[in-house]
Write a protein that binds this ligand. Structure first.
Ligand SMILES: CC(C)(COP(=O)(O)OP(=O)(O)OC[C@H]1O[C@@H](n2cnc3c(N)ncnc32)[C@H](O)[C@@H]1OP(=O)(O)O)[C@@H](O)C(=O)NCCC(=O)NCCS
Length: 448
């Protein structure tokens, strides 16, 4: 084996490990547009889904079938009819939808059954369970248009899906629902995926679509100066949605975005729009830091806040291992209690995952950021950066012009975030007197 391979493989594998760890035991609902299957992407997609599942993720796969239904309709000499992006399902369209769904289910189940020796997931047959998990009701007549057999989700069989997932199966859902009287309704894949994700309180909802994601300038053409926006906070996504014309077809900016927003509002913290055209898009989105598409994220504001006296123990527990290995300078409980108002923390469900303290030197119009720490199990998810931004905002609000840090091991992290190295002589007088010349910390400054 060549040394070059070792040098690339080992760091690469280590960089993926935290994500594998983070996603184990989580539930992802993946909505795949029918176009992806029509474009011949099923084999690779099945391999990627099987791989993600083998890494401990529970997967519900919802497939779309727009082009397949249109094809069936065409063979019957009919054309699909859409109003506001929603299919009007007459009896011919319903027959076509049932035929297309049957065929697709068959193809998808077959794709997961190939434990072929020469595929990346050799020997890993995935058990796929599909069933009548969705109860539907008719969409009805809207603005004078009778949508006939087009329906809406009324209820999701959470217990049934959960049992199948817990038994180690992947759950496959077609965009069909049944009324309690046995009537079938054609549903939208996006609505089904969103409803299932919210009913299960899934960790992620991922749409694999014909769109690469949402661009930084959403309505401007693609280009190097208009890349994909990899992360949109929920509030921003809502504002963007409000500024857009109502989406009527899948290529419209808001088409998938509105479902991502709904999912986020109903408790699915992260929703993604990723392109099926890129081979391995799912792996790139889930196991790589920046991902490839757009993620709408519900940043729980309460999770990033200034610390109070109740947080002292949590902060001590968080920083202690880093004090022990010499990354951070030792701080006593009394010291943290005294300075607690200087700390900013990230808290989730009562556990503190990250912290940093800000010590102003108003005479020099600067402040020291100290004890920046993110707990090992949540490093690499942007919490460090979130805390840094909040601390910068605090410093700005105090009228300061810069912040500085002293570090022995984390210089590159700060440089990547706009800090520049300076000589320790730069430090404000009072801080210079306390500078530990033996520790040889590097001093880095960021102008605000
Ligand atoms: C440094 C630290 C706060 C970053 O927090 P985080 O939440 O993991 O940071 P983010 O998610 O915002 O950024 C992660 C990125 O920083 C990189 N990174 C982490 N530690 C680093 C270090 N010591 N040097 C350079 N880069 C580092 C990661 O590799 C990752 O890179 P990527 O963006 O290319 O994938 C965290 O690693 C930590 O607590 N370290 C131990 C304590 C420490 O060193 N604190 C600084 C004291 S001055």
């Amino acid at each position: 084996m060549s040394n070059v391979f070792n040098f690339t493989f080992v760091p690469w594998f280590r960089s993926v490990a935290p994500y594998i760890h983070m996603h184990r035991g989580k539930t992802f609902v993946v909505g795949v547009v029918g176009e992806a299957i029509a474009a011949g992407k099923l084999a690779n997609l099945a391999t990627d889904l099987a791989l993600v599942q083998s890494l401990g993720v529970k997967i519900v796969l919802v497939h779309g079938f727009r082009p397949q239904v249109n094809e069936q309709l065409a063979t019957k000499g009919h054309q699909g009819r859409f109003v506001g992006g929603v299919r009007v399902t007459d009896s011919v369209a319903l027959d076509s939808a049932q035929e297309a769904a049957g065929q697709l289910r068959f193809e998808i189940e077959a794709a997961f059954s190939q434990g072929l020796p020469n595929t990346p997931m050799a020997g890993s047959t995935v058990r796929v369970i599909s069933g009548n998990f969705i109860t539907a009701r008719p969409l009805g007549i809207i603005d004078g248009v009778d949508f006939q057999h087009t329906g809406m989700v009324r209820k999701v069989d959470v217990a049934g899906i959960t049992r199948s997932l817990d038994a180690g199966a992947m759950v496959l859902i077609s965009p069909f629902g049944f009324s309690p009287t046995g009537e079938a309704f054609n549903l939208g894949m996006e609505e089904v995926a969103t409803s299932v994700a919210t009913a299960l309180q899934a960790d992620k909802l991922i749409f694999l679509t014909e769109k690469p994601g949402i661009r930084v300038q959403p309505l401007a053409p693609e280009g190097e100066d208009n890349p994909i926006d990899t992360e949109i906070p929920l509030a921003e996504a809502r504002a963007l949605m409000a500024s857009l014309p109502p989406p009527a077809q899948p290529l419209d900016v808001g088409y998938y975005l509105r479902h991502c927003i709904t999912a986020c509002e109903r408790g699915v913290e992260r929703s993604h729009i990723i392109p099926f055209a890129v081979d391995g898009a799912l792996l790139l989105e889930v196991y790589v830091h920046d991902g490839i598409g757009t993620m709408v994220v519900d940043e729980k504001l309460e999770s990033l806040r200034e610390a109070t006296a109740d947080d002292v123990t949590g902060i001590l527990q968080l920083i202690e291992p880093f004090e022990k290995d010499g990354t951070l300078v030792k701080r006593s409980r009394t010291e943290i209690e005294r300075d607690i108002g200087n700390y900013t923390i990230v808290e989730h469900d009562g556990v503190i995952f990250a912290c940093a303290a800000l010590y102003p030197c108003p005479e020099a119009k600067t402040a020291e950021m100290a004890a920046l720490t993110v707990s090992p199990q949540s490093q690499g998810q942007g919490d460090g950066e979130k805390v840094l931004k909040r601390v910068e905002a605090r410093a700005r609000a105090m009228g300061l012009q810069s912040i500085f840090v002293l570090t022995t091991r984390t210089m590159h992290w700060f440089i990547k975030r706009g800090f520049q190295q300076v000589d320790p002589e730069w430090l404000p007088e009072a801080r210079k007197r306390k500078y530990n010349w033996d520790r040889k910390s590097q001093v880095l400054v960021k102008h605000l």
